[in-house]
Every structure is written in C-alpha cells, then in structure tokens.
Design a protein around this ligand. Structure first.
Ligand code: MSP
Length: 534
C-alpha cells in the first residue's frame, strides 16, 4: 500500500468535519470559504482537485443536542446536514465530497483502521480519570480550566468529572517519530506560531489518550467490546479517509486511499490543532499509512474578543448575511480582511465599508467608467491594439506585469489577504491613472490613439484583476469577463480541461490579443447599505 497519488496534478484538501450539534455559524462558513477559494485557485490552474467537507455526527455533544430537541440523533443529524449543504450552496462553495461520520461505509473504514492499530499493539484498556469538556469532546488538565471549572473556549459550560475504564491509544510510543516529522518537514504545521505551539506541547512529553467512552450509545462500538463506544475524535478524523471512496465503492482502506491520499492540506481552526497535528499523524503512523502533507491552523472569528461559537451563543447567522449581501461579498470580506492564521473581529459597519470601497468604488467603478469612455470615444469598441503596441507611459504596465506571479505566490502561500491587496494596488493605480491622464481632454484634442492606449491599459488591468480574484469573487469576475467580451464563466467546472493553457495567458498582464467585442455594460457590485446596528 505505498503507491499513493501518482498524478502530480491532484490536490486534495479538507475542511474540518463540523459538529452536527446545530446549524452552521459564520465560523464554520469561514473555514469552508477559505477552502473553496484555494480549491478554485487550484482548478483555475488546471489541477484536479478534491475538496472534502462534511459533518462529525457521533459522541456525547451531538447525542445531547438531539435529546434537547427531542429527536433521534440520526434524524437530528440529517436535519443539520441539510442546513450545512444549503449554506455551502448559498456561499457558492463547490465541494466534491460531503463526509458524514454516521454513514455506513464509515463504520467499515473505522473498524478496519481500528484493527490495524490494535494489531500493532497500540491499544490497551486502562482507567481514565479527569475533567472532560463535552463541547470540545476532550479531557482537560486541571490547570487549563477557569476558576469556575469551564474550559478556556467554552466559558459557559462546566467540565465534567469522569472516572471510567477506557481503551487507550499508545500516543507516547510516537513521540520520537512525531518530533522527527516536525523537524524534517518544517512546513507540516502552518503558520509558524501554530507549529511552535505544537512543538511546545509535544516537547512536554506525550501521554496516551483514551479512544473509547462508556455510557454512550451514539457512535460505533469498539470491535469485540460493545460496552465501549469509539471516541468521537478517533472516529471523526477517519471521516477524511471515508470521504475518498468513490460513490458505491467497497469501503476498504485500500480503495479509499488509492487516488487522493495523502491529503495535501487539512485546513482547520487553531482549537483543533492538537488532534490534527499530533494525534492524527500518530494514528496514521500506527496504521502504517502515509501522513498528510500539511496542516494549517487558522485563527478565530471573534465577537468582542471571544471566539464566536454555538456554545457561547455569540455567533452571526451566515444565512442572514449571505441573503442580505450576497456570496461574493462575504467571501471577499473574510478572505481580504482577515489575514489567514490571525483572529479577526467581525463588525458589520466595517464589512459594508470595505466592500463599498474595494468592490463598488475601486473595481466596479473602474470597469464602469472605462466602458463608458469606450462607448463615448471608441463607439463602444474595445481598443484595437495589443500590449506590444503601447508607447511611452509604462506606469500601469509595470505594476501589471509582475502582478500575476505575485498573486499566484500569495495564493500558494495561503496569503489571500495579500493576493487581494496586490490586485487592489493595480486597480487603485488605474483609477489614479485615468484621473491624471484625463482621456476626456485628450479626446477633445483629437488624440485618439492616446485615448485608446489609456483605455487598453485600464481594461487589461480590470480583466487581470477579475481573473486573479475569480477564486474569491467568482460571480463578479464572471460578470466582468462577460462585459469584456470573454466567454469564461468562473463557476463552470466543465471548462477546466483547458485551464492550464488559459491560465498561462490569462493570469498575466498584456498577453491577450486585441479583444474588441465588448459585452453589455452594467454595474458589477451595487453599493451596500448597512441594515443592522452593531
Ligand atoms: N468536529 C470537530 C472537527 C472534526 S475534524 C475531523 C470540530 N467541529 S466544530 O464544528 O466545532 O469546529 C469546526 C471548525 O470550525 C474548527 O476548525 C473550528 O476552529 C472552526 N470554528 C468554529 N468556530 C470558529 C470561529 N468562531 N472562528 C473561526 N473558526 C471557528 O471541531
């Protein structure tokens, strides 16, 4: 079982599998939007991509949530799954697999994996005593609890004392192997601050952790001892593997891992870093499987400094936001305004201001005024020239020519905010360039060729900006491309076969032949009004 992933152009990435204890909130939407942007960027380059998302449905947290609703856990989860899927559709998220840990094929994968780890001698029965945070589904050290006995994240839920017999996974056995992994693959954990956190944690010495629970029905039983239910995290991480099965394929590890494994990127929030960067690689090593390539732990969306979450009840409803402002607006705001890896406070006034400034005023207006001038000064035709014919003023060209590579590098490094800033630099320079060069005066002076040159330079910059931002704002970019007379729709995945060639040309400034047949002009982003006070 060693020949995984022979096609170099495959790129597989995951969001976490979200707890199905309640409908999705903006924090869940954040990770998924980021993952979708990266997946789209990969597809834009012509790579084949598998984006996995899904739900984590077992364990006490979910069982309690279902009981509170008076529902059978499966019925409860089915409802929650519908709400996740509908939010992903609304946010224009193109996931390839939706992994549900309550699905039958997952049981077979978990059992086979458990058996391998068992056969390695890495599972044993022992006594577990300690404080358990059901919201984290994690045992906590006493020093990690607040004065009133809550965990640091779920400050309104008391940790519960547990004293029970559990099966344990021999994590301590993998101490040296994990340290070697972090040393030999320094970018296995990103960003650097998260890597350091993990190094610190592992450096203190790893303890075995319990992988079963008693007095819990909702989950898979431990093979051969059904008094015990498999710990939700042991089960959930394997949801990434089950997701790799083709529909209808026999659920075996060999089948699941044959094409897309190892995963290129696990995109997660910083609260679940330990599970992904410590427990998961150790579990995989125990089962004799290759390890994922990278784990990126992003920050929290906060409200008044506290992590937004269902448990604290301080979240913003993403359905309401997307209905009010549209998917591109949300995607743009979260990708541009929050540097991936850092926390970011959400504020609706800032949200409206950023979108109006960047998308309505800077980008939208640039397209609008340029198309307006082409109508007036060139009878609505595109400028009849190519970059090679441009004369002396190279202000914009100089910014434009390196832009494609700078933005590609930023996407590759998951610096989405930087990618947006780079594009905006060009857009803003173009607005200034128009003001400074005043094509309306040149037209009056009969300098037609100069007018066309200015309009070419600007139009090409708008096109490049739209192309480079298309993973983030696919609807707006498609609209701009249409108005510029191109038939590319950034939401159409069937166009991806030719993407490699298209990408080589379209991602660079000035590479396109003259493109005179412009489409119908219309505003691409209407100014937003702030509707609610916050
Ligand atoms: N079920 C586990 C993950 C299992 S993965 C095999 C879980 N689920 S969760 O629903 O609680 O969280 C899922 C993800 O959402 C985590 O990465 C978490 O960091 C992220 N977020 C939840 N609230 C968030 C914010 N307020 N801000 C940003 N991301 C947040 O953990």
């Amino acid at each position: 079982m060693n020949n995984y992933k022979t096609d170099l152009h495959n790129f597989s990435l995951t969001t976490p599998l979200y707890y199905a204890n309640g409908v999705p909130h903006i924090g869940s939407a954040y990770t998924t939007m980021v993952a979708d942007v990266l997946a789209r960027f990969q597809r834009l380059q012509g790579n084949s991509v598998l984006l996995i998302t899904g739900t984590d449905e077992h364990g006490q947290k979910i069982q309690r949530a279902a009981t509170e609703q008076g529902l059978d856990p499966q019925v409860h989860c089915d409802r929650i799954v519908d709400s996740f899927k509908s939010l992903w559709d609304k946010l224009n998220i193109k996931y390839d697999r939706f992994s549900r840990t309550s699905a039958e094929p997952h049981r077979a994968i978990v059992n086979e994996f458990f058996q391998r780890v068992w056969d390695r001698g890495d599972i044993y029965l022992d006594r577990q005593q300690g404080w358990y945070c059901v919201s984290c589904e994690e045992f906590k050290e006493e020093r990690e609890l607040t004065e009133d006995g809550c965990c640091g994240i779920h400050t309104n839920k008391k940790a519960e004392w547990r004293d029970e017999e559990n099966y344990f996974f021999r994590l301590s056995k993998y101490q040296a192997q994990l340290e070697e992994l972090y040393r030999s693959q320094p970018d296995f954990i990103q960003p650097e601050s998260r890597r350091n956190e993990v190094l610190n944690f592992v450096g203190q010495g790893l303890k075995d952790f319990s992988i079963s629970r008693v007095n819990l029905d909702w989950g898979f039983p431990i093979p051969g001892d059904d008094k015990h239910t498999i710990y939700v995290w042991f089960d959930a991480l394997l949801g990434y593997v089950t997701a790799l099965l083709e529909p209808g394929q026999e659920p075996t590890l060999d089948n699941a891992l044959s094409k897309w494994w190892p995963i290129d990127l696990h995109l997660i929030g910083k609260d679940i870093l330990r599970f992904h960067a410590v427990y998961w690689p150790a579990m995989l090593a125990s089962a004799g499987l290759p390890l994922p390539k990278k784990v990126f732990g992003h920050g929290f969306l906060t409200k008044d400094g506290l992590k937004m979450g269902k448990t604290l009840g301080n979240t913003i409803d993403p359905f309401e936001l997307v209905d009010r402002y549209g998917s591109d607006a949300l995607r743009y705001y979260f990708l541009k305004e929050i540097e991936l890896g850092k926390d970011g406070d959400f504020n609706e006034t800032r949200f409206v201001n950023v979108l109006n400034a960047d998308l309505a005023n800077d980008l939208g207006n640039l397209l609008n005024r340029t198309l307006g001038m082409l109508k007036k000064y060139c009878q609505g035709n595109g400028p009849q020239l190519t970059a090679a014919e441009l004369s002396s003023d190279r202000t914009i060209q100089q910014i434009g020519e390196g832009l494609g590579d700078r933005v590609i590098n930023a996407y590759e490094a998951l610096q989405f905010s930087k990618a947006c800033e780079e594009v905006l630099t060009l857009v803003r320079a173009c607005n200034k360039y128009i003001d400074d060069s005043a094509p309306w005066s040149l037209f009056k002076q009969g300098k037609q060729s100069e007018v066309e040159q200015i309009l070419y330079v600007v139009l090409e910059s708008v096109r490049l900006s739209a192309y480079l931002l298309s993973p983030i704002i696919p609807n707006i970019s498609s609209n701009i491309y249409q108005q510029l007379g191109f038939s590319i729709n950034f939401n159409d995945e069937t166009q991806s076969e030719t993407n490699k060639d298209i990408f080589a040309i379209h991602s660079q400034w000035g590479k396109l032949p003259a493109n005179p047949s412009l489409g119908k002009a219309s505003p691409v982003f209407s100014k937003l009004e702030l509707l609610s006070e916050n």
